[in-house]
Design a protein around this ligand. Sequence first.
Ligand code: SAH
Length: 248
Amino acid sequence: MDLPRIFTIRESSHRIHNPLTANKYAALGESLRLSPGTRVLDLASGSGEMLCTWARDLGFTGTGVDISTMFTQQARDRAIELGVVDRVEFIHGDAAGYVAKQRVDVAACIGATWIGDGVPGAIELLDRSLRPGGMMLIGEPYWRRTPPDEQTAEDFSASAFADLLGLPDLLGQFQDLGYDVVEMMLADQDSWDRYTAAQWLTMRRWLDENPDDELAPQVREELATEPVRYVRGIREYLGWGVFALMKR
Ligand code: SAH
């Protein structure tokens, strides 16, 4: 049970595996106005940057669950580095169906709603771990603008982005599911670059060091094509945000 290796090759140098920056995560944590001791469950916690920095800066405690052995190890190392091992715990495992033994104050799924087969299922899953009156955090992409040209639309329709909503419809979906949207933190083009452009140097260095790896041809091909595809498509048209929700 592990994340396919291509992802860890692209993102081995990332602490945050989504288009938010450290500053945006810090501002998001503060914006929630929660007290020290707040208990967080983070499903698909990646390398644990959100939990570790919020534990250090805001006094939160928490558990992260992620399917990647490499990212989970990075999360544990980060907890040691930031001096928060007594406040956070990282479990290697499948987060689909994961329910906390004790209900938490904040339940999050940032950039992995597929663990619930989409937004409604992810919300249902998180709700099973959340105390009444608690806060949910969902990280999800949306259309910032609709692609106007055929080539870009084609690139997207062949991708995981085919079924996305626009931002008003995404917020409407949260509301239709019975939730108030109480805060949000959105990516911008610069923070998208920190996520995506930062992968190119990681890939290039990995290629230089691993020319004979079985994935080298795929990584070479991606490095040759992805930068142009990214600036033509994702960077112009795709939005991404974390939305804080409270049940009505
Ligand atoms: N929330 C983190 C990671 C987002 S990237 C952050 O914002 O940095 C998506 C993450 O989902 C990856 O870390 C990947 O390993 C994890 N993942 C994918 N499928 C999963 C599953 N079934 N169970 C747990 N984690 C999963």
